[in-house]
Design a protein around this ligand. Structure first.
Ligand code: FAD
Ligand code: DHB
Length: 393
């Protein structure tokens, strides 16, 4: 079968938040791109993942015309609750640093992006296979793939953006480089439930049985997490057991607070690891989002970091394509990695402060840390600054 050849300015591998937002930002600068995605359009739209947007992410989405539904349906939170036995403290980010966060699911961000790209006539290829990168160290890189109808295709470009998540092929197309990795000895059991949240803002709870988090998606949908052993089978926990354990860890009955249970509509277990790959650029290939780094979910940084990468990458690619000016492109990896490491540290710090690992010495350190963060303005301010997110460079 002969290969169909297409041409674009930026070939974007991956139609998750990083790839979709990059295509949107490039289009705003008049740069043409094609988005290649292995999954179907419906699968990408339904994937349940992150739920919290930091201030800079909201500002960027709003600035580029993606803020209308977010402003209507997103829920602005002033801060979070931190809890340990017998104590629950509110950290008010707005009072501490004048910044806040929004509850707005990744599914909603994706839906807004896909709608905007469709309206703009963005070229997508969904349900592709055999994605391969070629000649990325030349100024004529290209991607080959098989489209949904089984036709082999070649996409020529000025640059390739590897936005293909932690299992995509882009990272492997960078020879050498350094990776740092840490696997945590626990996992998160996440549920989605058709019940109004029992709290106005998120509760992060330290408990002798393990960490728990009460988050939410809307006025009628709650999202909750329990620390569990890695490899836990979601089907091995009954709904009653899940709600009982959440009630215990989140402090049901403490100072009159109650956790309301409801029908569970989704259950999943996610492993927890930190991963960073450097450099994030090789020749004309640029990595963004989970393709270059993974953080454990505590602190809600994954999606926000993908958005921050793309905020840097879009102007860099614009200069490269329009003016053949590679200064921003050459600086991209080092600039992006500074924020990546800040978020990697913050996510590790939140994770190790809140999860039980069975070490009695570390348990005392965790409680001491929690008391300090909830009683010292300096401690609380550090958490607030990282959680609500520093402004994009
Ligand atoms: P992705 O969203 O992974 O998108 C990459 C895309 O590339 C995917 O659509 C994939 O199908 C596609 N792709 C892969 N291989 C190829 C290929 N060969 N060719 C073409 N396309 C390809 N973060 C938080 O902050 N809070 C959370 O609660 C949270 N929960 C999560 C739960 C799960 C199960 C996972 C996996 C992640 C979670 N994250 C969370 C992280 C957050 O969702 C990610 O950081 C975010 O999705 C990163 O966006 P991305 O576009 O870089 O990667
Ligand atoms: C959610 C996920 C997180 O990792 C987090 O720290 C807060 C909220 C969520 O899915 O709602």
């Amino acid at each position: 079968m002969s290969t169909d050849t297409l041409r674009t300015e930026v070939a974007i591998i991956g139609g998750g938040p990083a790839g979709l937002l990059l295509s949107h930002l490039l289009a705003a600068e008049g740069i043409d791109s094609v988005v290649l995605e292995t999954r179907s359009r419906d699968y990408v739209a339904a994937r349940i993942r992150a739920g919290i947007l930091e201030q800079s992410s909201v500002d960027l989405l709003t600035d580029v015309g993606l803020g209308a539904r977010l402003a209507r349906e997103g829920d602005q939170h002033r801060g979070i609750y931190l809890q340990f036995p017998e104590e629950r403290h509110h950290l008010d980010f707005v009072d501490l640093i004048g910044r806040s966060v929004w509850v707005y699911g990744q599914t909603e961000v994706t839906a807004d992006l896909v709608a905007a790209r469709d309206a703009d006539g963005q070229q997508f290829f969904y349900s592709i296979s055999d994605t391969a990168l070629h000649d990325v160290d030349t100024d004529r890189p290209y991607v080959t793939f098989t489209d949904a109808d089984g036709t082999p295709r070649r996409l020529d470009a000025v640059a390739i953006a590897g936005c293909d998540g932690s299992f995509g092929p882009s990272r492997g197309a960078i020879p050498g480089g350094t990776t740092w990795e840490k696997t945590y000895p626990y996992a998160w059991f996440g549920i989605l439930a058709d019940v109004a949240p029992s709290t106005d803002e998120l509760i992060y709870a330290w408990h002798p049985n393990g960490f728990a988090l009460h988050s939410m998606r809307s006025e009628t949908v709650s999202r909750l997490y329990l620390q569990v052993e890695p490899g836990t089978d979601p089907a091995s926990w009954s709904d009653d057991r899940i709600w009982d354990e959440l009630a215990t860890r989140l402090g049901h009955g403490q100072d009159g607070w109650e956790l309301t249970a409801g029908p569970i509509t989704d259950k999943s277990v996610l492993p927890m690891r930190s991963y960073v790959h450097a450099p994030m650029q090789y020749g004309r290939l640029f990595l963004a989002g989970d393709a270059a780094h993974i953080v454990p979910p505590t602190g809600a940084k994954g999606l926000n970091l993908a958005i921050a990468d793309v905020a840097l990458l879009a102007p860099a690619l614009t200069d490269l394509v329009r003016k053949n000016d590679a200064r921003l492109a050459d600086a991209y990896s080092d600039t992006a990695l500074r924020r990546v490491w800040r978020c990697t540290h913050f996510s590790w710090w939140m994770t190790t402060m809140l999860h039980r690992n069975g070490d009695p010495f570390e348990e005392q350190l965790q409680l001491s840390q929690l008391r300090w963060v909830t009683s010292s303005e300096a401690g609380a301010t550090g958490l607030a600054e990282n959680y609500a997110g520093l402004p994009f460079a």
